[in-house]
Design a protein around this ligand. Structure first.
Ligand code: OFO
Length: 165
């Protein structure tokens, strides 16, 4: 059985994952409109993954006798000045998510909820990978700069990037 504190903390994370999914969906749509097919496909995948992260939490809360909260979400940014800015925002967001997961892990230990602590380890590893992917992408974009040909190749190559699940 979840304590009220843990239930509330997990529900907060459910909302963050749902917002992540919307944020990345908005990025996918923007990239698609801008004609970068590869980036857009990558972002649609990221959006789906975030929804899976959310559902995993929903199931866990309900299985442990809690009530997963499906709440309203903040509206995401729908336009960006550049792809560089878009991926900077993505990295910034993932760093925020990692901090939130860390906080949750801390709370689970304080509450002596070892089942939740164990469950959260998957998210800890996931965040390491997602931050690394975002940093790799940003490094590439920084190398490309304003080169249109480079952006074209990047768009093609990003489809090859291992999509982290
Ligand atoms: Fe990429 O954030 Fe979920 O966990």
């Amino acid at each position: 059985m979840l304590s009220k504190t843990i239930e509330a903390a997990l529900n907060k994370q459910i909302r963050i994952e749902a917002e992540s999914s919307q944020i990345y969906l908005a990025m996918a749509v923007w990239a698609e409109v801008k004609g970068l097919e590869g980036v857009s496909m990558f972002m649609y995948d990221q959006s789906n993954e975030e929804r899976d992260h959310m559902l995993k939490l929903v199931k866990f809360v309900n299985e442990r006798g809690g009530h997963a909260l499906i709440s309203d979400l903040s509206a995401p940014n729908v336009t960006f000045n550049s792809f560089k800015e878009m991926f900077e925002k993505l990295l910034e967001h993932e760093v925020m998510v990692s901090a939130s997961i860390n906080e949750l892990v801390h709370t689970s230990l304080q509450e002596k909820d070892y089942a939740t602590h164990n469950f959260l380890q998957w998210y800890v590893s996931e965040q390491i990978e997602e931050e690394a992917t975002a940093r790799t992408i940003l490094d590439k974009i920084n190398m490309i700069g304003d080169d249109k040909g480079g952006l074209y190749l990047f768009d093609r190559d990003i489809q090859q990037l291992t999509v982290i699940t």
